[in-house]
Write a protein that binds this ligand. Sequence first.
Ligand code: NAD
Length: 371
Amino acid sequence: MNKFTELQVDGYERVVRCDNLEVGFTAWVAVHDTTLGPALGGCRVWKYDSDEAALTDALRLSRGMTYKNALARLELGGGKAVVRTDLAAVDRAELFTQFGRFVEHLDGVYITAEDVNSTLADMEIVQRETEHVATVGGSGNPSPFTAYGVYCAIRACVRQKLHRDDLDGLTVALQGVGETGGRLAEMLFKAGCRIIAADINPVNLRNLQKKIDFEQVEAEQILEVESDIFSPCALGGILNDETISRLRCAIVAGSANNQLLQEEDGEKIRRRNILYAPDYAVNAGGVINISCEMEATYDAEMARKKTEVIGETLTEIIELSEREGLATNIIANRIAEEIIAAKKTDGQGAGEHQLIKTKSHQETAAGINRA
Ligand code: NAD
């Protein structure tokens, strides 16, 4: 049986712990902010070393979702679920049944989705217990949309930094050619880019080789490859004191989450005259795609169109960064905070039952100007 405990955490609207001794898991849902709408964020399943580590992850990730959803102009707040368990030792179907009941207990303030170690099949089990679950309404695998969003971001960065509209002949150094990096490589190749890639998984490199021509380098070398664009599509924390001085590119733009080890690293990159495209602005295509199944009948073409707003967002961030002499990550954070503040000021805080829909860029930009 699920046992629920409400936790008080400063800066978070609601944090709930769920213990289930029979199945063998403890889960946390952290709802960071629902000003813009119900909190959307995936369900991460991990064999955490401690309850503290799991809760810390839930808090960090849910706050990140608030910023990502706001900047993507979604009428969605930020939340996240983490489940501490050993997937090899539990009844998976029972785990996701009970997790579904946990989500239902929260009555729509949190909407769950796939994440690390949770799949579409798991979400179909969750759906039997609650309607507050995404990705089961036809939007499917978010990766193609995440990759397309990165592609749109790269185009915007090239326009701003290299003053050209096409990508023909540009060199892109890709770190990681998995779900997102592999698809991005294909798009860039089609646009005329020269691709240099590294991955620690030879299977993914071989899969890509069947589709496009590219040069391969060792994983340790990819950061130092001379390129127009370095695209991190693998790991977090990749931009740090040790690596920033080694970069030999004009632009950094990729799908990986939490690329900056610390916020200050954004300024260090700016001082090297390298344009850093803030990760959560760049990799929002997946969440934009998910939001499209919440509005009406899912339409992939519509989701693709909405993903293109990422290019406009990047242009806005870069222009402000240049005008104000501030790092792009600082500007991105500020825009997200202003979008939320504008909604609060308007007194239109989206309640948990409000219709979820994506905003047009123009509508939201007007919101920023008002703030
Ligand atoms: P993935 O696991 O499919 O691909 C990651 C690839 O990186 C793998 O091929 C892996 O072997 C490779 N890799 C790992 N360590 C490496 C290293 N040191 N050097 C080179 N390659 C390395 O994952 P993905 O879905 O493509 O996600 C990549 C990143 O994008 C992650 O940080 C993820 O959180 C983020 N992201 C993904 C999505 C999505 O829709 N898939 C959405 C938002 C953010």
